[in-house]
Design a protein around this ligand. Structure first.
Ligand code: AMP
Length: 387
């Protein structure tokens, strides 16, 4: 083995191509050193000069050149792509070849709002960078959910024919945070029962026993579960037929309504949680209701996951809202003393960027804030695969 293989400091480029943005980061997986990163926004929007993910990649390349980074000359190790839906096919990261790309494209039926952008991003990146490309799937971690958790009670033949099951999403984040929490507590991962709340623009909860997920709140699509910035989360499945019949909406309109105009936005008029909290503090009643619905649904899942796990050792908050909103964390924990869950007010208010415990010493359930790092997780999984 050559010296350079022992101390490989070549970076991995991590790309997360969404429907309207391209997030990128250039980082060294072993050390976690971030060489650069950013986001190209408003892709395909009216008035934007970035038409599609391929154009976004050009914009990214230009920006990096301005920073003095010529991606054509940087010795890239690989490109890691975040792909939202791996369907029934992908339970692990995979090196992308034409057949894999075709399969990801076909999975667009399961994720019409997400996978097409990833496909276009991968196609453009493969043309630009002649290095291995790896797909890391948001669903992969949850592919081992027990059947009792992953199965919808619909006719089995239909479910099999159309790959209908609960897949779960944000898996890269939940897996990373489960491991990082074990490190924070100094306990082996295999000994821990964890309830993890990933609260960002998208929100999801998971129950993890011994490092393996046993439940999660998202399902066939990332629409199920918690209330999110613009997504409704759980609604009565009968709502779709009711809206079609009574409001005369088409399927596409219902899908757009529940994904893009519901959640915190639909209830309060804003989807950024900081704005919501400001409105609540200013006495806005719609914002108050949105906040209360958001917290109520969170408690619903925390309670459910305590039952699924038979009690928890740790309750973990992560992602933008989870990491930064002491108000949300305090509201979730409020009234749960009987269940062993409480937060220490001054620990909770400490807005550190480090993983930390915010429950009082000696609590039955440790409450922790553990920053997620999906880019680092993707870079590491990419590097492991191409090593
Ligand atoms: P993410 O998707 O993880 O980047 O999280 C984005 C969400 O985190 C947005 O709704 C932000 O408003 C929210 N967020 C970020 N900082 C704060 C904060 N200090 N308080 C409340 N919400 C925050």
């Amino acid at each position: 083995m050559s010296q350079s293989q022992h101390t490989d400091d070549r970076p991995v480029l991590v790309l997360n191509a969404g429907s309207s943005s391209l997030k990128y980061q250039l980082l060294v997986p072993e050390s976690g050193e971030v060489r650069t990163g950013g986001v190209v926004e408003r892709i395909g929007e009216r008035g934007s000069d970035v038409a599609d993910p391929a154009a976004a990649l050009e914009t990214m390349t230009d920006r990096l050149l301005e920073e003095g980074i010529d991606l054509g000359k940087v010795p890239l190790r690989a490109v890691g792509h975040r792909v939202v839906h791996g369907g029934p096919d992908f339970s692990e990261p995979v090196v992308i070849d034409d057949a894999v790309l075709q399969r990801i494209r076909q999975l667009s039926a399961l994720a019409p709002l997400h996978n097409p952008a990833a496909v276009t991003g991968i196609e453009a990146a493969r043309e630009h960078y002649d290095v291995p490309h790896v797909a890391v799937f948001d669903t992969a971690y949850f592919s081992s959910l027990p059947a009792a958790a992953s199965t919808y009670a619909v006719p089995r033949e239909l479910a099999e024919k159309h790959s209908i099951r609960r897949y779960g999403f944000h898996g890269t984040s939940h897996q990373f945070v489960a491991q990082a929490t074990a490190e924070l507590l100094g306990h082996p991962l295999v000994d821990l029962r964890q309830v993890i709340l990933h609260l960002g623009n998208g929100c999801s909860a998971s129950a993890v026993r011994g490092g393996r997920p046993v439940e999660t709140s998202m399902g066939l699509t990332p629409l199920q579960g918690l209330v999110m910035g613009t997504r409704s989360g759980d609604v009565d499945p009968g709502l779709h037929a009711y809206l079609a019949r009574e409001a005369g909406l088409t399927l596409d309109e219902i899908e757009a309504l529940l994904n893009k105009r519901s959640g915190v936005l639909g209830l309060s008029g804003v989807n950024d949680f900081r704005e919501l909290v400001h409105l609540v503090e200013a006495g806005d009643e719609d914002a108050r209701l949105a906040f209360d619905v958001f917290i109520h649904r969170l408690k619903h899942y925390v309670g459910a996951y305590l039952a699924i796990l038979g009690g928890a050792d740790v309750l973990v908050f992560t992602a933008g809202i989870g990491q930064h909103s002491a108000t949300v964390r305090a509201a979730v924990a409020e009234g749960l003393d009987e269940l062993g869950i409480a937060v220490d007010p001054s620990r909770n208010e400490d807005d550190s960027t480090q993983p930390r415990v915010i429950s009082p010493d000696g609590s039955r359930v440790v409450v922790a804030v553990v920053p997620t790092n999906e880019e680092l997780a993707i870079a590491r999984q990419t590097a492991d695969l191409v090593r």
